[in-house]
Design a protein around this ligand. Structure first.
Ligand code: TXA
Ligand code: MG
Length: 330
């Protein structure tokens, strides 16, 4: 176990970027901001570093990681782009879109990071600090969300610290992230498939492709041994407190995760209320989602009641994460 490491926390700066690149090159684990959520980075070509990363997260080793690179040409060295993939990269990179493609023959990303699959997930992040670290490091960096496996993804450096202090080498702190939900994952196969809704709404992707995205089977891990996008594992986004969806009232002892300006019955009796967006703005709601779930989880409530969130645009990703947070778990 990595417990017992001293985790350095540095505010984002040129010196912090240089320290991050140095640590990655030495096989270190570095948490850094992306525009979606904070990632926990390791050198994609270093199997020992990747093994430590899985250990630090307590993540099942079959769950493959996203390789982060600086631009499309770096991406093309590790993944095989067809015309559809190029169109998506040109439209949305840098940004909150991950493409799953066939690996190139000379792909340098360790098999451990792709969990032995012949495909690879690639993303070019937009956050200036992530971009600076990738540039300074000079190679692909694998980075899952910087939380313990099964916990809510981190949108601030403090979230990372509370999950991973003592288990990783460095946290680069650049404040709260802008998007707040993870990247959208599209499998670039003959019929492109939406593997995970996320920061780029489905409709924008379908407009660029000129076709609709195929929907993955409702429960991929039940049908086959190998999950399609194993991050879709049931209780991946789970607070410890039970979550009750589509609440139209607050029961005694419950906390409330609200949305919009409408007040529900029982709200006056609870002290733990947070509103994802009082003006009903889905972008603002996405940015608040994981932080508010963490904050309400700490209230010791019997359950977190969640008001309905509209399903259009970023609402699809928000509802996906809420549904997972609400699932029964062991
Ligand atoms: O926004 C994001 O994507 C963040 C930031 C840090 O970039 N990263 C992130 O990584 O959410 P993670 O590890 O929490 O989720 C990666 C997802 C998982 O669901 C994994 O199963 C899927 O990507 N994935 C990775 N490689 C895959 C592949 N070859 N085929 C299908 N799914 C893949
Ligand atoms: Mg994650």
């Amino acid at each position: 176990m990595n417990v017992g490491l001293t985790t350095q926390i540095l505010p984002a700066s040129e010196a912090a970027v240089a320290a991050a690149a140095r640590s990655l090159a030495e096989g270190g684990l570095v948490a850094f901001p992306t525009e979606t959520v904070y990632g926990l980075g390791a050198d994609a070509g270093n199997p020992e570093a990747i093994a430590r990363l899985y250990q630090a997260k307590g993540r099942p080793a079959f769950n493959p990681l996203i390789a982060h690179v600086g631009d499309l040409s770096a991406a093309q060295r590790i993944g095989r782009f067809d015309t559809q993939a190029i169109a998506l990269a040109n439209a949305f990179w840098p940004g909150p879109l991950t493409l799953v493609l066939s690996k190139t023959a000379d792909c340098t990303v360790a098999d451990l990071a792709t969990a032995g699959l012949d495909t690879i997930a690639i993303r070019v992040p937009a956050h200036p600090v992530a971009r600076a670290i990738l540039r300074a490091f000079g190679g692909p960096v694998v980075a899952p969300s910087a939380n313990l496996s099964g916990h809510v993804s981190p949108t601030t450096a403090a979230h990372v610290q509370s999950d991973l202090a003592g288990r990783i080498d460095l946290i680069v702190d650049a404040g709260a992230v802008a998007v707040g939900v993870e990247s959208t994952i599209v499998g670039c196969f003959d019929a492109p498939i939406l593997l995970r809704p996320g920061g780029v709404p489905r409709g924008e992707i379908e407009r660029v492709l000129g076709r609709t995205l195929v929907q993955p089977p409702e429960d991929p891990e039940r049908d086959s041994g190998q999950p399609l996008a194993p991050g879709m594992l049931a209780s991946h986004y789970a607070p410890r407190t039970p979550v009750r969806l589509n609440a139209d009232r607050v029961e005694a002892g419950e906390a409330l995760l609200a949305f919009g300006s409408h007040a529900v019955p029982g709200v006056d009796a609870t002290t733990a209320v947070m509103n994802l967006s009082a003006r009903g703005d889905l972008t603002e709601a996405a940015a608040h989602l994981f932080g508010y779930l963490r904050a309400l989880d700490a209230k010791g409530a019997r359950a977190i009641a969640v008001m309905p969130v509209p399903h259009h645009g970023l609402g699809e990703a928000i509802n996906d994460r809420l549904r997972r947070a609400a699932m029964e778990r062991d």
